[in-house]
Design a protein around this ligand. Structure first.
Ligand code: 5GP
Ligand code: MG
Ligand code: MG
Length: 181
């Protein structure tokens, strides 16, 4: 838990998120029209709210699975290691895989996860991220679909945490530390 007092300033409203997901889901719907082998893979834990809203907008046969990966080590280093804490439950060989991420920041997590999943021979693999921080990129990677590009701010809400809290906020907000008075 954080000891430092902070407030959360809203950055993207629940309404804007819902509208953006409607647009994204119609693009995804077009991309996967006619397939019966789509499997949507959420990267835990930050994507759990996004994936729930996204799949409910898809009028397609769809399976859902989850993977938990975490980058760790010295955050000041440009090449961090990524560890898998929870692997997929099912096989993805020959499937159309859509990886759902909360935020692409340096890009190391998504790069590593894609490398891992591609080795399992899916028919097709694509990526969607709710948020993108292009100014922070270190790995040469871009998601196929992006909800919102944002500046280099620490954000929370809509599944995304600060010290495991704030995932339940319905909007995306930025954390602002305040001085104790
Ligand atoms: P990357 O490997 O792209 O640097 O890391 C991406 C992951 O870092 C995201 O999936 C997310 O878990 C975490 N992350 C990046 N930016 C933020 C942020 O602003 N807030 C929170 N809570 N996590 C972030
Ligand atoms: Mg994440
Ligand atoms: Mg996190």
């Amino acid at each position: 838990m954080s000891e430092r007092p902070y407030v959360i300033d809203q950055m993207i409203s629940a309404k804007s998120i819902a509208a953006r997901i409607e647009d994204l889901s119609s693009e995804i719907q077009t991309e996967y029209a006619g397939t019966d082998k789509l499997i949507v893979v959420g990267l835990l834990r930050g994507s759990f709210v996004f994936i729930a809203d996204l799949v409910r907008e898809l009028d397609l046969p769809v399976e859902v699975d989850f993977l938990e990966a975490s980058s760790y080590g010295n955050s000041m280093e440009s090449s961090r290691e990524v560890r898998i804490f929870k692997d997929l439950r099912g096989e993805i060989e020959g499937r159309d895989v859509l990886v759902v991420e909360d935020i692409v920041d340096t890009g190391h997590t998504l790069t590593h996860v894609l490398h891992l999943l591609k080795a399992r021979n899916p028919a097709k693999i694509k990526t969607i991220a709710l948020l993108d921080k292009p100014s922070r990129r270190e790995a040469d990677i871009a998601a196929d679909w992006i909800g919102f590009a944002i500046p280099d701010e620490f954000v929370v809400g809509y599944g995304i945490d600060y010290a495991q809290r704030n995932r339940n906020l319905p909007f995306i907000g930025k954390v602002r530390f305040v001085e104790e008075s």
